[in-house]
Design a protein around this ligand. Structure first.
Ligand code: AMP
Length: 220
């Protein structure tokens, strides 16, 4: 099954994706993670993307297309993939149709997680991520036992993403509002799309997500 998880920054895409992976084995493709890897490794793509990412702006579409073309053909996605952070614009949604067609595939389910702006601001500012296993914590809502250290056996150091600083958060949310509106309109007309309430405890949100995936799987 191929899924798209659409939500604003801080909307819970990363957290929900790992829960989906644990239950259904659907591999996540996070364009944000892929871009951060390029940035860290200082590749040509990373150097180009850096200025946009640090300002909280969207990276140009042609870079995303290049990244996805390489990613989607990997063996591990043959049994399904979950797109997290892509598409973010209408142009990317249209590009995705041809990218999936090229690999004889299609999107089976689009989940839109609805979360109000004030909750996003609260969540993003307190978000911390493990350097090693990438587990996501929130210092207010689901804190680690030690604020600097991951609870998992890796015990990795927790860090705050550069673009989770207050000035950049506001810019990212504005961009999401302006660029993503037409994308949401585009998907809301499609029968594969379902909007879910993304507020409340992680597990409550996941119960809704899981029910939906199970239902779509049964109907297949
Ligand atoms: P994320 O981890 O999904 O919040 O993405 C972090 C940053 O990577 C974003 O603020 C953008 O600068 C860039 N990025 C990730 N995915 C995309 C995309 N689909 N289109 C454009 N820029 C993206």
């Amino acid at each position: 099954m191929n899924l798209i998880l659409l939500a604003p920054p801080g909307g819970g895409k990363g957290t929900q994706s790992s829960l989906i992976y644990n239950d259904f084995g659907i591999h996540r493709i996070s364009t944000g993670d892929l871009l951060r890897k390029h940035k860290e490794q200082r590749t040509k793509i990373g150097k180009e993307a850096r200025k946009y990412m640090d300002a909280g702006e969207l990276v140009p579409d042609y870079i995303l297309t290049e990244i996805l073309k390489t990613e989607l053909i990997k063996e591990k996605y043959k049994s399904g993939f979950l797109l997290d952070g892509y598409p973010r614009t209408l142009a990317q949604a249209i590009e995705l149709e041809s990218l999936t067609e090229n690999i004889n595939s299609k999107i089976d389910l689009v989940i839109i997680l609805d979360v109000p702006a004030e909750e996003l601001l609260n969540r993003l500012g307190a978000r911390r991520i493990c350097k090693i296993c990438e587990r996501v914590y929130n210092l207010k809502f689901h804190p680690p036992d030690n604020p600097n250290k991951c609870n998992e056996p890796c015990g990795g150091k927790l860090y705050q993403r550069d673009d989770d600083k207050p000035e950049t958060i506001i810019n990212r949310l504005k961009i999401y509002e302006s660029k993503t509106r037409e994308l949401l309109e585009y998907y809301s007309k499609m029968p594969v799309t379902q909007t879910l309430d993304g507020t409340g405890k992680v597990q409550r949100v996941y119960d809704r997500v899981k029910d939906l995936i199970e239902k779509v799987r049964q109907d297949d």
